[in-house]
Ligand binder design. Structure first.
Ligand SMILES: Cc1ncc(COP(=O)(O)O)c(C=O)c1O
Length: 411
């Protein structure tokens, strides 16, 4: 064996012991019934794993719009937007975004990861302090690390803790609070109104990541900040096109001074080729559908409430809520993997989420519902889950059930 990589072997073995290894599985087809059914390794599975909340990823109007844009503008944008990649299409999208969010301006990024790392590391620097919810997405964490600012993580949604930390740093000139609006692995919501009050009291700035709320919350899908009427008080509103929009890419909306500065300073914007025209063409069409097809928003909310109810009727402890992300807390990594494998065997795709994505001891199955799931499909999935639990109980003389129920109470 090649000994140069012995350290990697060692670490891999350790990961195997902790059940944290991951491998890629090829999705062989995904277009059936607008992405509700996928085929993986020869099996047809009900898709309860995607972020395609509104069921738009396979909408032919969006696909066609992308095709038209590619025909007109080409397959690639050939350079960074600051060089010659800034096709008129991008400006059109940014104007539409600013109008949708009712903000001065918008800037599009290649994806949410690059938006968060680019925006945070450009606006925040050494000497600043960032207060970040402990459950924020990894791209926010990485952006803060890149910024070299002091990074303070407050307990999840614990605003007393945040207030205490802010009081300890009153003397710091530039303070930022950053939060997801809907948390990606738990599906719960940030307390935005109280965060705005704290920001104002302590003279801090507030950035909100709407990746999982864009398209699914507020009248025209602008996100949770608009739903709770605090959008104009948020310094930086970030969102993605990769989830409810069913496409790819991301954006920030803010005051003109911020957008102008980011255009010149955000490294992920400057040093990376602009998104392909097809993506922008598709996003423009998706934005129009997100704004107008309100039945999708109503349907995904209804399904989110319904699936939680169905799980509860089977005795599973799932948290309250109406967001499409529904975690079933399991606890141990291996057990979460077992559930996920058994779900696949029964025709359901629902992934096990394990550390480091979530804290140690909080492995879970992350279910996500779509606007297009039917009552019958969700009921069938909940029944399958209950059957799996019964099977595991039988094999494990009752311990499994107890664990699932107890751990779930922490959601
Ligand atoms: C809260 C949050 N922010 C940012 C991202 C990154 O977005 P993208 O997948 O477009 O890179 C994600 C997605 O995974 C997310 O859940």
């Amino acid at each position: 064996m090649d000994t140069r990589y012995a350290w990697l072997e060692e670490e891999w073995r350790q990961m195997e012991q902790e059940a944290t290894t991951r491998r890629l599985q090829a999705v062989e087809s995904c277009g059936e019934e607008q992405g509700k059914w996928i085929r993986v390794e020869g099996r047809r599975l009900l898709n309860l794993s995607s972020n395609n909340y509104l069921g738009l990823a396979h909408d032919q109007r969006i696909v066609e719009a992308g095709t038209r844009a590619a025909r007109r503008w080409g397959a690639g944008s050939t350079a960074s937007r600051l060089v010659i990649g800034n096709y008129a299409l991008y400006e059109e999208l940014e104007q539409e975004l600013a109008a949708w969010k009712k903000r001065d301006g918008a800037l599009v990024f290649a994806n949410g990861y690059q938006a968060n790392t680019g925006v945070i590391s450009a606006l925040i620097g050494r000497g600043d302090v960032v207060f970040s919810d402990r459950w924020n997405h990894a791209s926010i964490v990485d952006g803060i690390i890149l910024s070299r600012a002091k990074h303070i993580r407050y307990r999840h949604n614990d605003l007393n803790h945040l207030e205490e930390l802010l009081s300890q740093h009153e003397h710091v000139q530039r303070k930022w609070i950053i939060t997801d609006s809907i948390f990606s692995m738990d599906g719960d919501m940030a307390r935005l109104t109280s965060l705005v009050m704290l920001k104002e009291r302590f003279g801090a700035m507030l950035m909100v990541d709407e990746a999982h709320a864009g398209g699914v919350r507020a009248e025209e899908g602008q996100g949770l900040c608009h739903e709770v009427c605090v959008a104009e008080k948020i310094d930086v509103l970030m969102g993605t096109f990769s989830k409810a929009f069913g496409v790819y890419g991301a954006y920030v909306c803010a005051d003109q001074e911020i957008i102008r500065y980011l255009t010149a300073k955000a490294r992920s914007h400057i040093y990376s080729t602009a998104l392909p025209p097809a993506v922008i063409g598709s996003v423009l069409e998706a934005l129009s559908l997100v704004r107008t097809e309100t039945w999708r928003r109503r349907a995904v909310k209804r399904n989110a409430i319904l699936f939680r109810q169905m799980l509860r009727e089977h005795g599973f402890m799932v948290g309250d809520g109406d967001t499409p992300i529904i975690p079933l807390m399991i606890g141990e990594n291996e057990l979460a993997l077992r559930y996920s494998t058994m779900l696949i065997e029964r025709g359901i795709s629902a992934v096990a989420i394990r550390p480091p994505t979530v804290p140690a001891g909080s492995a879970r199955i992350r279910f996500t519902v779509m606007a297009t799931h039917t009552h019958a499909e969700l009921k069938w999935a909940a029944d399958q889950l209950a059957a799996i639990r019964a099977e595991l109980m039988h094999a494990d003389s009752g311990h499994v059930d107890q664990r699932v129920l107890e751990q779930s109470e922490e959601v």
